[in-house]
Design a protein around this ligand. Structure first.
Ligand code: THU
Length: 127
């Protein structure tokens, strides 16, 4: 899978973000072990704590479609280079890691940066 393609879809998804409060759009695209790509964006709420991040929105779509594991996930915000997942989203990605470990893809200028989720969340909790 071409990680530039995944990032392109994350960039597209960020355009649909509903962010009237933070004005901080985020898009995500994940590559599932079923071979499909799923996208999502963040959406906020007047009750601020109800905000859903782009990553968790995307993972919810994967689960609803029967997807099981995340091989890679790209995150993009036009407002920030190297937009990595927040702590809550790192834990949620961890739940669906592949045995090889999930790649987390960000963008810095024109370049992609690729982390292993375990670097961003060492010793993640799993029942
Ligand atoms: N946000 C995400 O969508 N993903 C992240 O990993 C970081 C934060 C959103 C939540 C909120 O709508 C806005 O970015 C500012 O925090």
């Amino acid at each position: 899978m071409d990680y530039n393609e995944i990032m392109k879809k994350a960039i597209e998804a960020a355009k649909n973000a509903y962010v009237p409060y933070s004005k901080f759009p985020v898009g995500a695209c994940l590559y599932c072990d079923n071979g499909k790509l799923y996208t999502g964006c963040n959406f906020e709420n007047s009750s601020f704590g109800l905000t859903i991040c782009a990553e968790r929105n995307t993972i919810g779509t994967m689960i609803a479609d029967g997807g099981k594991k995340i091989k890679a996930i790209a995150i993009y915000s036009p407002n920030m280079d190297n937009c990595t997942p927040c702590g809550a989203c790192r834990q949620v990605i961890h739940e669906f890691q592949t045995d090889e470990g999930t790649d987390v893809i960000t963008k810095i200028g024109e370049n992609l940066k690729i982390y292993k989720l375990n670097e961003l969340l060492p010793e993640g909790f799993l029942l």
